[in-house]
Write a protein that binds this ligand. Structure first.
Ligand SMILES: Nc1ncnc2c1ncn2[C@@H]1O[C@H](COP(=O)(O)OP(=O)(O)O)[C@@H](O)[C@H]1O
Ligand SMILES: [Mg+2]
Ligand SMILES: [Zn+2]
Length: 329
């Protein structure tokens, strides 16, 4: 297990525990101040508790005495609940409310990691993975259609009209995102805005509270390979995350090494996510023929049959931006 990720996850779970306890203390103080009968009961219980504790230490507390204490305690709790309700509070107002009832927000249950800690570990791993993606840098707002104006492809396509349609489709996709959303395939040469729009979608879907993993296929597969061959001593399961995350964005398909391990990993990811019905966005500089040369028929046919394809057109915007900044000088 990556120590930093684990510690962060555990801290998050334990912060919830502290939060639950301090909320409990706050409610106690509030109720004690507002309902004097409850304050009286609480103080009597505390006194009896202290007396019994003293007797136990001196070996003087008999089983019968402890039993009557327990009864008294239960009765006091019952009265407290009645008083709470009579004063307009819910009966369980003074109970401790943990986010995870199973482990009381300790992160451990039956000596192993609780589900809530596992979830936190996955979320921390995803955050770490996305750190390098500079998600903040790209948004729909910063995507300008001006670059495509007046440009027509050799095939006679109007770049502005096509890219406006793609931009609108991506905005709608992000706005309506759900686990049932379709998968998308972004095709087109380098510099046409595929990564920019992928990141814009990632940013908006993340802000809706979904888990998103965005990275270049090279980075992701390198990590999967390291873990697979035991070269990564951390106990992370990146492949597991890629298969299960709400939205996976694989950038630059086709730039990874052409090894049997990578090809089968790509197939496994695409296929498993399709079988689970989870949305994936893939972008690539390869065209249909390039993809067919590179991957097995079964991958390419699934991509084109099931993914919604968007063909990006225009001129390399990286170059246009450079030219513009030069002409301004
Ligand atoms: N329509 C656009 N408006 C503003 N900036 C853009 C636009 N399209 C691309 N860019 C910028 O141009 C650069 C190249 O775009 P990118 O999305 O990386 O292209 P691709 O992934 O298709 O190779 C990036 O810095 C990106 O932010
Ligand atoms: Mg790109
Ligand atoms: Zn738990």
């Amino acid at each position: 297990m990556n120590e930093q990720i684990f510690q962060q996850a555990l801290l998050n779970v334990q912060a919830r525990r502290m939060q639950a306890i301090s909320e409990h203390d706050r409610r106690y103080a509030e109720v004690n101040a507002k309902i004097p009968q409850i304050a009286e009961i609480n103080s009597q219980l505390a006194q009896t508790g202290a007396r019994i504790f003293g007797m136990m230490q001196q070996g003087q507390a008999s089983e019968a005495l402890l039993d009557s204490m327990r009864q008294e305690n239960l009765e006091a709790q019952r009265i407290c609940k009645q008083l709470l309700e009579a004063n307009g509070y819910p009966a369980d107002y003074l109970d401790l409310h943990y986010s995870c009832e199973k482990c009381s927000d300790t992160g451990y249950f039956g000596g192993v990691y609780c589900d809530c800690l596992q979830k936190e570990i996955a979320a921390a791993a995803i955050r770490k993975m996305n750190e390098s993606a500079q998600l903040q840098l790209c948004s729909f707002d910063q995507f300008s259609l001006d670059y495509y104006k007046g440009r027509v492809t050799e095939q006679g396509e109007d770049c502005f009209a096509v890219m406006r349609r793609i931009l609108t489709a991506c905005q709608t996709y992000a706005a309506n995102f759900s686990l049932e959303s379709p998968s998308l395939l972004f095709l087109g040469r380098t510099g046409l805005g595929k990564t920019h729009l992928s990141l814009s979608i990632a940013r908006e879907v993340l802000s809706k509270g979904y888990d998103v993993i965005y990275d270049s296929i090279i980075n992701l597969l390198e990590q999967v390979e390291k873990e697979h061959f035991g070269r990564d001593k951390s106990d992370l399961d990146t492949l597991g995350l890629l298969l299960n995350v709400d939205l996976l964005i694989l950038d630059d398909l086709g730039t990874e090494f052409n090894t049997p391990f990578y090809v089968s990993a790509v197939y496994n990811i695409i296929n498993s996510r399709l079988n689970r019905g989870l949305p994936t966005i893939i972008s690539t500089n390869l065209d249909f023929i390039g993809l067919k040369k590179r991957y097995e028929e079964r991958i390419v046919s699934r991509l084109f049959a099931v993914y919604e394809t968007m063909h990006f057109i225009g001129a390399d915007i990286r170059l246009l931006k450079k030219k513009n900044s030069k002409s301004l000088i």
